[in-house]
Design a protein around this ligand. Structure first.
Ligand SMILES: Nc1ncnc2c1ncn2[C@@H]1O[C@H](COP(=O)(O)OP(=O)(O)OP(=O)(O)O)[C@@H](O)[C@H]1O
Ligand SMILES: [Mg+2]
Length: 348
């Protein structure tokens, strides 16, 4: 999937009329990988692929089948491997589950082929560096409040993978990237939230400098898992119910009600944690003017998300004056775009 977006970020312009600004943005996500690059019309092109693969025994029958279906594959460890969106579609057709290189926001410890598979997908969407050592800003989650996870190892792996592809890798916090994508007009001051597949990430920044960031290991997968548990159905069914265009303000069935309950719980949990972390944090800047809250990530795309967010926000005594609460117009690609903006202005 490739999206073309208009982009009016003056900072992203290198001042020249013809040259395309160098630097690429990469969103390394549990569900999706997305690469952002400036295009020759001065806008941004974002290419998204599912972070998933499917391996099939390497026999003549399977090869013929993939060729007939026109599904591209590669051979890895004597197996036929299909990556990205194609893997997802093929798995649906054959009632199989795709294998996923990441879980809960980080490289999966249970998936031996995780790194080589992600390398394939990342090369596909990122392409070659246009000059040796071109900057590539990629996002990493903040350490989690609720699980003991190792962000340092994850970051180190991707830094070296991206460097080996000929880029110069720079890590940037995922929710900080949302601030770069959405809060340029506020001088990069405000709250960025990324509701992803494996995690929710939060960052508060003052004039582009992050003063608080954290993640919780709850996102779309967490909603799916819990909905599947309470309904006694497979997770893929729960995902389908969630993504089929429901409105969490107005659930129409027992299934939709379950999705709505976990959404509200997730939003409340993130807000409560921002509040308590901000109140207990030291050297927090005093925000005298109201700050905006920008939400992004695939999980924020459900109908009624922002309205429920505002309802939950109104219930708690938030420690900072808040102005606008909004969802990114390009919720799925905002993080990749933010990484590109960071590359353009040399932050991180
Ligand atoms: N229309 C939709 N409604 C509700 N949820 C959606 C919709 N589209 C995608 N999602 C959910 O969004 C999630 C993926 O979002 P995203 O691509 O932002 O995650 P990610 O960046 O890969 O993960 P993470 O940041 O946690 O590592 C999945 O859980 C998916 O089910
Ligand atoms: Mg993400």
């Amino acid at each position: 999937m490739t999206q073309h977006q208009n982009h009016n970020q003056s900072n992203a312009d290198n001042g020249s009329d013809t040259a395309i600004a160098l630097g690429k943005g990469l969103d390394v996500g549990t569900a999706n990988l997305a690469a952002a690059v400036q295009n020759d019309e001065g806008g941004i092109t974002v290419t998204v692929e599912r972070n998933a693969f499917l391996d099939i025994p390497s026999d003549v029958y399977s090869k013929n089948m993939l060729t007939k279906l026109k599904v591209p594959y590669i051979v890895h460890n004597n197996k036929l491997v299909v990556i990205g969106e194609a893997a997802f579609e093929l798995a649906n057709v054959f009632g199989r589950e795709t294998r996923r290189p990441m879980s809960d926001g980080l490289i999966s410890p249970n998936e031996q082929d995780a790194l080589p598979m992600m390398k394939l997908i990342i090369s596909k969407i990122l392409g070659e560096p246009r000059v040796p050592g071109e900057n590539c800003y990629f996002c990493v989650p903040a350490p989690s409040l609720d699980v003991d996870n190792n962000v340092v190892y994850h970051q180190g792996l991707f830094e070296s993978l991206i460097n080996k592809m000929g880029f110069t890798a720079h890590a940037i916090n995922e929710a900080h990237a949302v601030i770069f994508a959405e809060l340029a007009e506020n001088d990069f001051t405000g709250i960025g939230l990324s509701f992803g597949g494996g995690m929710a990430n939060a960052c508060i920044a003052y004039k582009s400098i992050p003063c608080l960031s954290f993640s919780v290991a709850r996102g779309g997968d967490w909603i799916d898992k819990n909905v599947a548990n309470v309904l006694g159905c497979p997770r893929s069914k729960a995902t389908h119910i969630k993504e089929r265009g429901i409105d969490i303000r107005d659930p129409k069935s027992r299934e939709e009600e379950a999705v709505a309950i976990y959404y509200r719980s997730l939003i409340n949990y993130v807000l409560q944690n921002i509040k308590s972390r901000f109140e207990s944090g030291q050297n927090m800047p005093s925000f005298n003017a109201p700050v905006d809250i920008a939400c992004a990530g695939g999980t924020s795309m459900v109908g009624g998300f922002i309205e429920v967010f505002r309802e939950e926000f109104a219930k708690i005594d938030f420690p900072i004056p808040v102005g606008r609460i909004f969802r990114s117009e390009e919720a799925l690609t905002a993080v990749a775009k933010g990484c590109l903006v960071a590359a353009a202005i040399g932050e991180g």
